[in-house]
Ligand binder design. Sequence first.
Ligand SMILES: [Ca+2]
Ligand SMILES: [Ca+2]
Ligand SMILES: [Ca+2]
Ligand SMILES: [Ca+2]
Length: 316
Amino acid sequence: MIKKILLVALLPLLSFCGTTSGDGVSVVGNPTSRLVEGDVDSSSSSLSLAKQASSNCVADKVIATDTSGIATTEDISSDCSFAVSLTIDRSYAFSFSLRDQFVASMLFNNNANRFDDSHMVLSSGSTAIRFGRVSFTNRRARPAREPSTQNDRDGDGFFDFDDDDDDNDGTGDENEQDCDLDGIDDSLDRDTRSCDPEDITDSSERLLQVRPRNNPDPSLIDERVDTDEEIRFRTSCQLDRSTVSNDNVIIVAADNPSDIISCEFEFEENDTRVECEHEDDFTVNTTYTAAVQGLRCSNGSSIRSKTWSWATESED
Ligand SMILES: [Ca+2]
Ligand SMILES: [Ca+2]
Ligand SMILES: [Ca+2]
Ligand SMILES: [Ca+2]
């Protein structure tokens, strides 16, 4: 990571040295930060926000937290607009608060063929990232304009949203993994210490990405999973559908073994993506664990077993 930061910091200087007409003074073109701008509604009809709507805007603070946990907080202006200056070449979760009460966290669509992400990438760029109007639904916020349509991480002229390999490392976006399944892709995650070494080094089949996840940012402790949220995972190979069953995908409350969630499975993206729709909602204020085991690819290879957990909202 240090190498990467150094390289990014040096690149503009290197290209500057390569020009013959440079007068040596305008190294201004080496910004290490970039503005992120947007605005929020002045009022909201959303039920869960109605009781908070006595203020001008649905939120009075915006908080951007990078993946090492460093938070930058800015006030939202009385006209409901905001602008946050952030260090480039990192990824950030965004949340909103009103009178120090959590309002919502943002979801981003970073890639057409991936699940929604809690984090956005901030690459270098000469213009601000513009969210436009941020819309709120319960405790989720969404930008009118996705930052992935304004970021070009590898500088190849294609914005991340339209680029099949954002970081130009030869692994397509659809094959990038989240080895610790914490909700943040390896290429953006600043802490992958809990990953199994074999998930990084060997090429056996595995889960690449799972949902739901609680936002790993501890300051977002109120951000919990909705009781009807679907359980989803992506795999590194086309699945043998016959191996995907409620015997092999087991979802159970951590402290109540009889609270078992039974799935109706749906397959998407050439059987590399599974959604578990569950008729019974999750219990509120409960931690669930999903254990995925005994799955096989259509070519017979086995997929490594994995478990992950999430906590549900305190009231529906
Ligand atoms: Ca690109
Ligand atoms: Ca992409
Ligand atoms: Ca890649
Ligand atoms: Ca991760």
